[in-house]
Design a protein around this ligand. Sequence first.
Ligand code: NAD
Ligand code: DAU
Length: 334
Amino acid sequence: MTSRHLVVTGGAGFIGSALVHHIIEHTDDIVTVVDSLTYAGNRASLEGLPRTRVRLEVQDITDALEMDDIIRDADAVIHCAAESHNDNSLADPSPFVQTNLVGTYTLLESVRRHGVRLHHVSTDEVFGDLALDDPQRFTETTPYHPSSPYSATKAGSDLLVGAWVRSFGVRATLSICSNNYGPRQHVEKFIPRQITNLLDGVRPRLYGTGANVRDWIHADDHAAAVLRILDAGEIGETYLVGADGERSNREVVRAILRHMGRAEDDYELVADRPGHDLRYAIDASRLCDELGWTPRYGDFEAGLEDTIRWYRENEDRWRPQKAATEAMYRAAGQ
Ligand code: NAD
Ligand code: DAU
């Protein structure tokens, strides 16, 4: 296997670090992580990886000169860096516009100047939501209809990528994935928030009635899909990534409570998220049929148990963020 030089933006975040761990385990590639280490980035997420193959550049993706220096020698850029949390985008959309739109634009211009291949990591939230009883799931032809400042900036960044492919011949692919779970996710997100609340003796918090549905996939399966698309995806094309993991938030909280030895109804209903998307559901058949990808973590309950174990065993990784995160939620009434 020939070794490539891959740049992974946002590689100190949840999905970026899952991707870097996956690349190191499954290829001979070397990786430059570009990450500005916002509140969501953590150097420790790259611990244990060989220094001969993984280098961290603490840089902001909106810095065009720095991006040029890093990208000119790369074989490909995998773009994961983003402001990623819906609740934060409702409190202050400005960093979302800056990183997700201006940052993606900056990277597009850099890969265009240097003729470097790009893979852009996006989210199913660009489609808006589905009714609970809608028999359709999201496909590559579903129209964009984003609901929050977060998803609107992600949708905008996807459109920039499409325009740079068509107008300038940039060699890019795009993946759209559903909700990820697994180790190293920030405690602001749903699953780690509830696990770490329980570890702290606090009841899980469900927005609204807990009826909203998310389509869960393990982050390592997402990482494998991204690599497969980088290797075999058609330039200019979009691939949907999902693992048939639809569950209501209430079902997920009940499963967490069960796996942590608590009564399944020992949760609290709190104020709903404004504009809260009802349901996401991905049809990943194109990725499976055309590129031969299949998820390894078919069993959500087993993946959830592994994830709970990781948070139990790695308190040093999440403890520093927990108090500030809960203070933010308290201020928002949640
Ligand atoms: P995350 O918040 O855990 O990580 C984002 C990373 O980007 C952090 O390490 C942060 O420091 C870095 N970053 C932010 N702004 C930056 C900037 N201006 N310059 C350089 N680095 C910057 O997010 P995540 O959950 O890992 O999401 C990664 C990508 O995957 C995002 O594009 C997101 O839209 C997409 N995605 C996420 C999910 C999910 O369930 N988490 C699902 C589908 C798609
Ligand atoms: O679908 C992909 C998206 O999934 C990604 O693009 C986003 O980056 C990622 O954050 C995630 O977005 P969600 O808004 O779906 O994830 P979050 O973890 O914030 O919430 C999941 C669901 O749980 C959602 O319906 C809101 C609800 N929730 C969340 C929190 C934090 C609760 O009920 N209680 C909570 O405490």
